[in-house]
Design a protein around this ligand. Structure first.
Ligand code: MG
Length: 203
């Protein structure tokens, strides 16, 4: 199983990072060892002093496909969920400065907590899904998929021209504005359309 993740997919978030918006999606990957399931805790790693939360809609691939056209991309996923793209911002900034890849900043153990998935049929319009993240009960990020620069179907079409999509692969679709640091003791809760689907304690 692999995780494909998209950077800079919401204009307001790209702006807060002082990152230019590019025409093509910014793609990176996380290994399967990044996943945290079943509301297990996240252990703050020794190598970073600035772990940031990034709440994101997650898409689960349901069948193998390569060179999938945008028109047929909807056939390759049945479920939508929510996850957190934990990012070691201090390491990422160093990588960006030096033009190095982001894996150490984005793919470390526990960097991808994922909540319960929902059938995509629960949603009337996948381009109008509200989601949000609370920390200790206070909302810190709010997004709507209508603000994605690259839609779920666009991302699948683009990524599948490079990587064969396999059943169980996950796509992190980018974070909206409002990212920030976590600290030990924080409780993160993530919601789609007001429904609690993920809880992570920082330990
Ligand atoms: Mg992200």
């Amino acid at each position: 199983m692999k995780i494909i993740a998209i950077g800079r997919n919401y204009a307001e978030h790209a702006k807060e990072m002082n990152s230019p918006i590019l025409e093509e999606p910014v793609i990176f990957m996380k290994p399967d060892s990044a996943v945290i399931l079943k509301d297990n805790p996240f252990y703050y790693p020794d190598f970073s002093k600035n772990i940031h939360y990034e709440v994101e809609i997650v898409v689960k691939i349901s069948q193998t496909g390569k060179n999938i056209s945008k028109q047929f991309a909807y056939k390759y996923y049945e479920e939508i969920g929510i996850g957190i793209d934990f990012t070691a911002r201090d390491i990422q900034n160093k990588c960006k400065d030096k033009g190095l890849p982001w894996e150490l900043a984005k793919g470390f153990d526990g960097s991808a907590p994922i909540g319960k998935f929902q059938s995509k049929n629960n949603f009337e319009n996948l381009r109008n899904i509200n989601f949000h993240l609370d920390i200790n009960g206070k909302t810190v990020q709010k997004g709507n998929t209508k603000n994605m620069l690259h839609s779920i179907d666009d991302i699948i079409a683009y990524s599948s021209s490079y990587f064969t999509m396999k059943k169980g692969d996950l796509i992190f679709t980018g974070t909206p504005v409002g990212v920030g640091p976590v600290k030990i003791g924080d409780i993160l809760t993530a919601y789609i359309e007001g429904k609690l689907l993920l809880k992570v304690e920082i330990k």
